[in-house]
Ligand binder design. Structure first.
Ligand code: NBP
Length: 475
């Protein structure tokens, strides 16, 4: 008896992924550096399907049917390199080595190149959905060769989440494409969470609603266009009462948000690619501000506004602002995927990415169907905001959106996500941007040159001369 697929690294994710394979009828080889975890898996869940436990890398590889397919599910970084170094020499040309961890896409590119030279298909697969998703159906974003996907893809599609019968797994593109898309997914997750958190703050601090009341507001929103996993769990968290104190749970949690780094990678990469992902950047910085207890302690006494008048439809206005800001955040994230795809020649199908995020992952939402539809209409759209449906919805939301940002500003409630999304929208809409003045300044102090609106060419004004003559520099 040989295994169809194997999993090494039986931590939180790997163990559930292995169980998911087994529950779908695949004979699955299981291995972990510390063998106790393999034994624990067999004892607790061995009855769920056909597991082939292995005590060594050699035994594990020997139990895999050819061409071998194995998934590494260990900590990203040096641990993943160590595991690759251990297993690669045991594999043969044509075998498929999948990294299901949260690797940086540049590491995946490096590893893919190195293994390709040895004839091994290296698949960097982003896997989202956490512990529960791994067991019950994650969203899977595999990158690598098409050839590898032909035999591996059907198995991954089988264990992935399904929405309307469609698997939340599709071939993303060569080498690092899958991990790149997973990175942007996590960045969008940061932005979405920040926007929801700002909505909560507005309803709490601005409109004086209690956490259970706000939970009800979110539950109502979740029956409409904002229907999503993140809104759903937000209502759950807000309606939870702390067992020890009887206070709302959200009030006993230290207000300093942590991060594992994928949001930061998204922003760092966006800066390198020149993609303005302002929503994701604000979300990363908002977490960073929250963690600066020292600065916050000394700044707490700084003077603030006297207060603000909130309209009676404030909660509805916040819903509009949240929706519009969310459209902006997703539009920016998809632009980043577009830019990465162009930079590395990945040819990523954006509509397919929206499709595989509809289920299994943290940002799963009804809304992604609209994004899929938008890219079906125009696969190369420069921005989702120009899609007729989104343009109409955001246009209809904008008065409320502006009112909310004004009210928040007057009340002294920080809304970096809402405000930056609105500024981004206004910047894209603008007939003329003050960037023209910035070009003038750059030419003045650094002779950086500029282009003119009325004719071709690159120009410099000789600012130091009395009559400031203009010269063409590219002629
Ligand atoms: P865990 O922390 O639960 O497990 C880590 C695993 O890595 C263990 O099996 C451990 O083996 C193994 N490992 C380490 Br650490 N260093 C190793 C080494 N040098 N050689 C061999 N094995 C090593 O991690 P997890 O939460 O299951 O995450 C696994 C991957 O999945 C990570 O890349 C993570 O970013 C990603 N991910 C996690 C989630 C999530 O919600 N948790 C979601 C999506 C993706 P040991 O038992 O011998 O220590």
């Amino acid at each position: 008896q040989q295994a169809v697929i194997g999993v090494t690294g039986l931590g939180v994710m790997g163990r559930n992924l292995a169980r998911n394979f087994a529950r779908h009828g695949y004979a699955v080889a299981v291995h972990n550096r510390t063998e106790a975890k393999t034994k624990a898996l067999m004892e607790e869940f061995g009855h769920e399907g056909e597991f082939l436990p292995a005590g060594s890398a050699e035994a594990f590889v020997a139990s895999l049917a050819r061409p071998r397919k194995m998934v590494i599910m260990v900590q990203a970084g040096p641990a993943t390199d160590a595991v690759i170094e251990e297993f690669a020499p045991l594999l043969e040309p044509g075998d498929i080595l999948v990294d299901g961890g949260n690797a940086h896409y540049l590491d995946t590119r490096r590893r893919e190149t190195a293994l390709r030279d040895r004839g091994i298909h290296f698949v960097g697969a982003g896997i989202s959905g956490g512990e529960q998703g791994a067991l019950e159906g994650p969203s899977i974003m595999p990158g690598g060769t098409r050839e590898a996907y032909e035999s591996l893809g059907p198995i991954l599609e089988d264990i992935a989440a399904k929405v309307d019968g469609v698997p939340c797994c599709a071939y993303v593109g060569p080498d690092g494409a899958g991990h790149f898309v997973k990175m942007v997914h996590n960045g969008i997750e940061y932005a979405d969470m920040q926007l929801i958190a700002e909505s909560y703050d507005l309803l709490r601090t601005g409109a004086n609603l209690t956490p259970p009341q706000i939970a009800e507001v979110f539950r109502t929103w979740n029956t409409g266009r904002l229907d999503s996993y993140l809104i759903d769990i937000t209502a759950e968290v807000l309606s939870h009462t702390d067992h020890a104190t009887g206070e709302p749970f959200v009030d006993v949690v230290v207000d300093q948000a942590e991060q594992k780094g994928t949001g930061r990678w998204t922003v760092q990469t966006a800066l390198d690619l020149g993609v303005p992902v302002t929503g994701i950047a604000e979300a990363v910085f908002a977490r960073s501000i929250s963690g600066h207890a020292d600065m916050r302690a000394v700044a707490r006494g700084l003077s603030g506004p006297s207060g603000a008048e909130l309209g009676s439809s404030f909660a509805d206005d916040v819903e509009q602002a949240l929706y519009a800001s969310k459209v902006v955040a997703y539009a920016q994230g998809f632009n980043q995927i577009q830019a990465g795809s162009a930079e590395y020649g990945w040819d990523i199908d954006l509509g397919a990415m929206a499709t595989i995020w509809r289920g299994g992952c943290i940002i799963r939402a009804r809304f992604l169907d609209r994004i899929r539809a938008a890219y079906e209409t125009d696969a190369r759209a420069a921005t989702l905001l120009s899609d007729a449906n989104f343009a109409a919805e955001v246009g209809a939301a904008q008065d409320s959106w502006r009112d909310v940002v004004v009210a928040a500003t007057r009340a002294g409630i920080p809304v970096p996500g809402f405000a930056s999304a609105l500024s981004y929208y206004d910047a894209l809409r603008a007939e003329r941007l003050p960037a023209a003045l910035v070009q003038g300044q750059r030419d003045f102090f650094g002779a950086h040159t500029y282009r003119r609106v009325d004719r071709e060419g690159v120009y410099h004004t000789q600012w130091e001369l009395p009559d400031r003559p203009e010269i063409r520099t590219d002629a």
